[in-house]
Design a protein around this ligand. Structure first.
Ligand code: ADP
Ligand code: ZN
Length: 806
């Protein structure tokens, strides 16, 4: 069994005789672990006799395996490569919320009066636990232990149990998500029998006859609700009693399409460049071999059309296709485009779906009812059994990397899956990751180019606005909109066209900074700057939500020039409102898109032209196609260049290009204005001139010298602990062990405090292990960690091929 635990080993359980016929690899089973039970995954069975007596499986949870041999192989490969546990990967590969387990719950049953009188004798923690129990009555022991670490919880609870004030019991945790069912009514007898009695019934009970006629006509089922509406509750009961109809439970599929109609569209004639790519890819398809390819095409060059054409052929051959898109790139528009070509043969998998919809889509795929799956990161695990082609759209996008355990990269798993299945895989991007571009240059990937936008639409023209000059114009505080941008916005709106304003930030305003001494307020727990949050005028930590009132004078030098520097999307919205009061504005950031579907609703309005100015953060920059937007204003080009990450240049280039690419996708040309304090920075210059390869050639030697990707591989090890000393000590110990083992070309850097030094009450120290060969590097890390005595004091987070370094 593989269990979804951090521990990387597998476990052996006995299969009780009654289950032996049905149990097989790929099924889930409820198994005991310590005192509780949890959902595990059968990954193999053996008949050999165990050396020691085994615990048995409690229950099989599935009538048939959820994972086939290929999915078992893929998840296992991922667990090995990402130095994580097989069980965690399997769990990540399945729809969320379907597990069962038991956990110990504490419930307050008796009166706490007696205890209250003794409160003097209770410790502070004990008093807090007690009041938590008084509020919630029943809490899982695990969550109490999490909130009050240090071992006193269990002792105290046992004491409460002895005093008959509380109980401690195992309770079943049922799956959070289950298939949806509804009750329907069907004919219970032959049609002819019903027809024979119908005339008599029409006179005596016309409403009952109406219902029968409906069932005869529709030849199927009717929901109980509809039936009651037609024949009344007593009428329905009467028909059931006569044995003419019967009630049945039926599974219903929760559809993410909300009953929207399918609009079909004729495919356009391919451009010559598209034809070359499609032809090349179809040849690859015919060879039935692992052929990785990169489709490097400008924004709006028709990459999606290439995917669609190849997929058509894949489906025609009776095979299936998987299309990965960035987490929030799967807009209704993008989905509609696939649907208009392939109708109901598509399944969707992304986090915008409700858990129920996600489960139902997954089950449809599992049953072989979908030929094309379009989905975000976790869709790489879609259970397609006839998979013939994988597309990774916007392959450079960092949302393909999961930032919690298991830290897999969906693009890299797509390559692994395609290799296992010996099928082609296509990575597409207007700004390929340097890793992928490098491999294409080296001939490891085939390279297809779409250098021009379709129908010779010009690329938007990008102009830089030097903000230092704006300051010189005498604005007391930095302005949000420079004069050139403000003018352009007004003109664009006056022409009836749409504007996109991009800001790489969140929240109302941002830093409080003293312009005399440079002091900024920082979170005492997370060592990051606090951000001003306008609704309640607090300073808040972006990570742990620590809050504090803003001071009026600088706490350090007592100067009065202490104020907000920079701004957030809300402030941009207000400035835009002031600029063009009549324009319809929309804001798209993490705050306005918290609600499910909110982000899709915003985009729909933009698409329908109801919104004239869209203000947004990163999420607007991803692959959306808004033909009406002719002006894009980028307010904060500098911030992304400042982050301490070796990919900052590559990222900034991608960000600027992708956001700029939202302009002029219709028949009118687009204009992009970029405000920056560093107009000469090579990265901004490259983005303005659309010189991807210039940037690539500039940065490659630096990466090569430092052995960074694509020339080397990295593993990031983050040691976290509640105390600074423990974190540092364990990190030092790890460094020592690495020093003993890391022989060139393997090496390591650190330990150093992580850029986020404190997060959620834990101190963080980090190390990087580095090497040109991933296998040797991962072996080094695995063996080193095995040497480290496991300690309660610190946890180690392993991030293979890290993407976010700060
Ligand atoms: P990309 O995925 O590279 O950003 P898309 O595939 O979205 O580009 O294409 C941009 C626009 O051009 C879309 O509206 C698409 O329908 C249209 N398009 C794509 N290929 C063609 C073509 N060969 N002829 C005409 N229009 C096309
Ligand atoms: Zn914090």
């Amino acid at each position: 069994m593989a269990l979804p635990l951090k521990a990387q080993q597998t476990f052996t359980y006995e299969i009780p005789r009654s289950m032996r016929k049905s149990a097989c690899a790929g099924m889930r089973a409820l198994v005991p672990l310590g005192n509780r039970t949890m959902t595990g995954y059968i990954v193999g069975t053996t008949t050999s006799a165990p050396a020691t007596p085994l615990k048995s499986i409690n229950q099989l949870l599935d009538p048939e395996p959820l994972l086939d041999a290929h999915m078992l192989e893929l998840t296992r490969w991922a667990a090995d490569y990402y130095l994580t546990s097989w069980g965690l990967v399997i769990r990540a590969s399945l729809p969320p919320g379907i597990d069962r387990s038991t956990a110990r719950f504490v419930e307050l049953t008796g009166s706490t009066e007696q205890l209250a009188q003794e409160t003097a004798q209770l410790s502070a923690a004990e008093r807090q636990i007690l009041s938590a129990l008084e509020v919630r009555r029943s809490i899982s022991l695990a969550s109490l232990k999490r909130d009050w670490p240090g071992g006193e919880v269990e002792r105290f609870i046992q004491q409460l149990v002895r005093q008959k004030v509380a109980t401690l019991e195992y309770r079943d945790r049922l799956p959070a998500v289950q298939p949806a069912r509804r009750s329907v009514l069907r004919l219970a007898v032959d049609r002819t029998k019903v027809e024979a009695g119908l005339d008599a019934l029409r006179r005596r009970a016309p409403r009952q006859s109406l219902l029968l006629e409906h069932l005869l006509r529709s030849d199927g089922a009717i929901t109980s609700q509809e039936a009651t509406g037609m024949a009344g509750a007593s009428g329905v009961r009467g028909l059931i009693e006569k044995g003419l109809i019967r009630r049945e439970e039926e599974e219903v599929e929760r559809s993410p399409w909300e009953g929207a109609a399918i609009t079909s569209s004729a495919p356009p004639e391919l451009t010559p460049a598209q034809q070359v790519a499609v032809r090349g890819l179809l040849e690859g398809l015919a060879t039935r071999a692992f052929i990785p390819a990169l489709l490097y095409g400008t924004t709006g060059s028709g990459k999606t059309e290439v995917y669609l054409r190849v997929i058509e052929e894949v489906v025609r051959q009776g095979r299936q296709a998987l299309v990965l898109v960035p987490e929030i790139g799967l807009t209704p528009l993008a989905a509609d485009r696939f649907r208009s070509r392939f109708a109901d043969r598509i399944a969707l998998l992304h986090s915008g779906l409700s858990p129920g919809e996600r489960l139902d889509q997954w089950r449809r795929i599992r049953r072989g009812m979908a030929e094309i799956v379009v989905g975000a990161r976790s869709a790489i695990f879609a259970p397609l059994s006839r998979l013939g082609f994988i597309v990774v759209d916007e392959e450079h996008d960092s949302s393909y990397k999961q930032d919690s355990d298991p830290r897999y990269h969906a693009r890299d798993l797509a390559l692994a899956r395609a290799k296992m299945l010996q099928i082609p895989v296509l990575l597409g991007s207007a700004t390929p990751s340097f890793e992928s571009f490098h491999r294409a240059q080296e001939g490891v990937y085939r390279l297809f180019l779409l250098p021009e936008r379709v129908e010779a639409r010009p690329l938007p023209c990008m102009a830089l606005i030097d903000m230092r000059q704006e300051k010189a114009r005498g604005a007391p505080a930095p302005r949000i909109f420079s004069k050139p941008l403000a003018d352009a916005i007004k003109q664009t709106v006056a022409k009836g066209e749409q504007v996109l304003i991009f800001l790489n930030r969140r929240g109302y305003a941002r830093l409080l900074l003293c312009r005399e001494c440079g002091f900024t307020m920082r979170c005492p727990r997370c060592s990051v700057s606090l951000i001003y949050h306008s609704p309640d005028a607090t300073m808040r930590c972006h990570y742990c939500n620590y809050r504090e009132r803003p001071p009026t004078r600088c706490p350090k030098c007592h100067g009065i020039a202490f104020g907000l520097l920079g701004y957030g999307t809300q402030q941009v919205e207000e400035a835009a409102k002031a600029l063009v009061p009549t324009a319809a504005l929309a804001r798209m950031d993490r705050d306005t898109t918290r609600r499910r579907l909110a982000h899709q609703q915003i985009l729909r309005k933009v698409e329908q032209g109801q919104t004239q100015i869209l203000i947004g953060t990163q999420m607007v920059g991803k692959g959306h196609d808004f033909p009406g937007i002719t002006l894009v204003g980028i307010l904060s080009a500098d911030t992304s260049m400042q982050i301490p990450d070796f990919r900052a240049g590559e990222r900034t280039y991608a960000l600027l290009t992708q956001v700029a690419g939202r302009a002029g996708r219709g028949d009118r040309p687009g204009q992009v204005l970029v405000q920056t304090y560093n107009p000469d920075h090579y990265c901004i210059v490259a983005a303005r001139n659309n010189e991807y390869e210039a940037l690539y050639r500039f940065e490659m030697p630096l990466r090569k010298e430092r052995g960074l990707p694509p020339f080397g591989f990295l593993v990031l090890l983050v040691v976290t602990s509640r105390t600074e000393q423990d974190a540092q000590e364990v990190a030092d110990r790890l460094a020592q062990l690495l020093l003993e083992r890391a022989v060139p070309p393997l090496s390591f850097e650190g330990p150093a405090p992580a850029p986020l030094y404190r997060l959620k009450g834990r101190y963080r120290w980090q190390l990087f292990a580095k090497g040109p060969d991933p296998e040797a590097l991962h072996r080094l890390v695995r063996e080193t960690l095995a040497q480290l005595p496991s300690s309660e004091r610190a946890k180690i987070q392993i991030d293979v091929d890290p993407v976010d370094l700060c």
